[in-house]
Write a protein that binds this ligand. Structure first.
Ligand code: HEM
Length: 144
């Protein structure tokens, strides 16, 4: 799935995280809501619990790099749940971009190689989530 070079890059950069995950996640949501204020309403007013869920998921991915295929069904189901949250396919690139920008600021000595490795991982997860979302979305009835 992913080669050893990519896995090493993601793992070694995760070890260079400068901040606690809660600070990183807060920063991520601040950037996201600043970039797209309309998105704020999709999230609970109190972001206390929510704030940690996304980053917890990122950590699960980092720890699962050797057997991501075992998470495919779970990631697709996560994508299907996102349909219920009102998330649309076109919002994934923005979230990916903001996540990368946030990681870049919180990981020491962030390099282009780090960026490329994380971008591949995030794209992989986004694509799987979108696959799960499409499978969960009822098809429009044929036009009369
Ligand atoms: C790499 C892509 C993404 C990952 C890994 C991710 C991860 C998560 C996780 C783990 C949760 C917790 C709830 C659950 O497990 O069902 C969640 C909730 C949520 N996510 Fe995402 N997400 C991603 C993309 C997006 C995008 C593109 C949006 C669009 C704005 C979004 C908006 C939301 C919303 C609105 C909630 C629910 C908040 C709530 O009501 O508590 N996510 N996400």
């Amino acid at each position: 799935m992913f080669d050893d070079k990519l896995k090493d890059q993601v793992l070694s950069s995760a070890l260079r995280l400068r901040t606690a995950s809660s600070a990183l996640t807060r920063d991520f949501y601040e950037r996201l809501f600043a970039a797209s204020p309309g998105i704020r309403i999709m999230f609970p007013e109190d972001m206390g619990v929510q704030a940690d869920k996304l980053f917890d998921m990122v950590l699960v991915l980092v720890q699962s790099l050797d057997h991501l295929q075992m998470l495919v069904t779970e990631i697709e189901a996560l994508g299907a749940r996102h349909v219920d949250y009102g998330v649309t396919d076109d919002q994934y690139p923005l979230v990916a971009e903001i996540l990368l920008a946030t990681l870049a600021d919180h990981i020491a000595d962030w390099s282009e190689a780090d960026h490329d490795a994380w971008a591949q991982l995030i794209d992989y997860v986004s694509d799987l989530m979108i696959t799960g979302a499409r499978a969960a979305t009822p098809k429009a009835p044929p036009a009369a």
